[in-house]
Ligand binder design. Structure first.
Ligand code: PLP
Length: 464
């Protein structure tokens, strides 16, 4: 077998003894190189005559390999008779490289739930119970809004724990918040909404791209320590706004009572919709829980919840409590998107909630996360006292603002090189600049590693 690196840099493995025809062998080598990214998108291949000469095969053999890869979409023939790697061809390779990116040794980025504590035994019991009790029609196509047992369990749970005013009939079960918000902005656009306001900074991966895809204009409204700037929201001309009132993502501020009333007043006056992303409200450490906005104005507020922070993001289960007039269109959008979320998982979650297992799991996890948060606060106070933490009383992350002489991107990159994963605030800003800051997610890291991570970060910052 010959591994031939041709004069043009293309690597081809040829085995003249093999039963596989030569054109197939060339084809396989080129396809592998494209998939692995060794032949990048848009790069030119040598003319068939040249490659044939390099490989010591007839030109027809190379032409046949090129033709096959062109018909598969890996290569494209260009005017002038030369052949290029097609522009979409190495996307799989890029995805693989992303997936393989080595994780940092101590990962303090973002605020994920600790999935190593997922209540497997309780979930197994709930799944067994779900399977044993599921009526036959649960295995058929479902109504768009979700399994009735789960909608009832969620309504009871939210009304009890979050102070919502939710009826099972208003609830639509989605594949997490990510799908629900994408469906919702489509529903709002179809109902005539033109502009969506987002907190600035805020999450960049869900509402923002979904709104743009639905043809809505997006406007960022700055937040301060009382939550969104309602004076600016009023002037924005928005038809809907996405808020994280209980623990603003990422700054951690809580929407003040004055601002809660002002937002609802604005929505009532304008006929606008308030979307309440209640993503981490179950975790409160030093203050009494702030009730959901939806409970104050169920006709104006869409309440969005998710199992991603309470149980695990991999469950892909979320719920939207809709104002009555939007419940039908949202359920129809869900059905059009995927004919409903998997029924058995919905039934298992309903069982888990109804048996009080979700409450038990949260009672077990709150002190764990609280200890980790305390370890982070202690380490920051000792090693990085100039970084003032904010948004500490809730959730699974906090923020520290950086003094002007420290550049956020430089700190994030230097920390990554030293093995500590951390995120900056700036990538989450939509249109308004603001101070540099760091987001510390503490939920998945034990206290010892948190202290070590902050120690490394302090040394990195010292060197800067
Ligand atoms: C701000 C915010 N909203 C909502 C969610 C939940 O998203 P999903 O249910 O799609 O996992 C997250 C992630 O956990 C989040 O950070």
């Amino acid at each position: 077998m010959d591994r031939i690196r041709t004069n043009s840099g293309v690597l081809v493995v040829l085995d003249h003894e093999a039963r596989i025809p030569l054109h197939r062998q060339i084809e396989i080598s080129l396809r592998d190189s494209i998939r692995a990214g060794r032949l990048p998108r848009g790069s030119s291949l040598p003319p068939s005559r040249v490659l044939a000469a390099d490989l010591g095969v007839s030109r027809g053999v190379v032409v046949e390999a090129y033709q096959q890869l062109t018909s598969e979409g890996y290569l494209a023939s260009r005017a002038g008779g030369y052949t290029q790697v097609a522009t979409g061809a190495s996307r799989a390779a890029a995805g693989l490289q992303l997936a393989r990116k080595t994780p940092p040794r101590i990962d303090l980025s973002y605020g994920r739930a600790d999935v190593s504590s997922f209540p497997r035994a309780a979930w197994l019991r709930a799944t067994r119970a779900a399977l044993a009790s599921a009526p036959n029609d649960l295995f058929g196509y479902l109504a768009g809004s979700g399994v009735p047992q789960l909608r009832t369990a969620i309504a009871d749970y939210l009304n009890r724990v979050r102070g919502t005013l939710a009826e099972p009939g208003q609830i639509v079960i989605c594949t997490g918040y990510a799908q629900g918000i994408a469906l919702l902005v489509g529903v709002l656009a179809a109902a005539g909404a033109r502009r969506l306001a987002l907190e600035d900074p805020s999450s960049r991966d869900d509402a923002l791209p979904a709104a743009r895809a639905a043809g809505l204009e997006v406007t960022g409204i700055p937040v301060d320590h009382d939550g969104i700037r309602v004076d600016l929201l009023r002037d924005s001309g928005a038809d809907a706004v996405v808020l994280t009132p209980s623990h603003q993502w990422p700054t951690g501020s809580v929407l003040s009572s004055g601002n809660r009333a002002a937002v609802l007043g604005w929505a009532a006056e304008r006929g606008a919709v308030v979307i309440e992303d209640d993503y981490d409200a179950e975790y409160r450490y030093d203050r009494t829980p702030v009730g959901a906005l939806q409970g104050l104005a169920p006709d104006q507020v869409v309440y969005a919840g998710s199992a991603s922070k309470t149980l695990a993001p991999g469950l892909r289960l979320g719920w939207f409590v809709m104002p009555e007039h939007l419940a039908e269109p949202m359920a129809a959008a869900k059905i059009a998107a995927d004919r409903g979320s998997p029924a058995l998982e919905q039934l298992a979650l309903a069982d888990l909630i109804a048996r009080g297992e979700l409450d038990r799991h949260l009672r077990r996890m709150r002190p764990v996360y609280r200890r980790r948060r305390d370890a982070l606060l202690t380490a920051l106070a000792q090693r990085l006292p100039r970084l003032q933490p904010a948004g500490i009383s809730a959730g699974l992350h906090l923020v520290t603002w950086l003094p002007p002489h420290l550049d956020e991107a430089t700190v994030v990159e230097a920390a990554a090189r030293a093995g500590v994963g951390i995120e900056g605030v700036t990538p989450y800003r939509i249109s308004h600049p603001g101070p540099d800051g760091l987001i510390f997610g503490y939920a998945t890291v034990n206290e010892h590693a948190i202290a070590e991570g902050v120690d490394i970060l302090a040394r990195v910052i010292d060197e800067l």
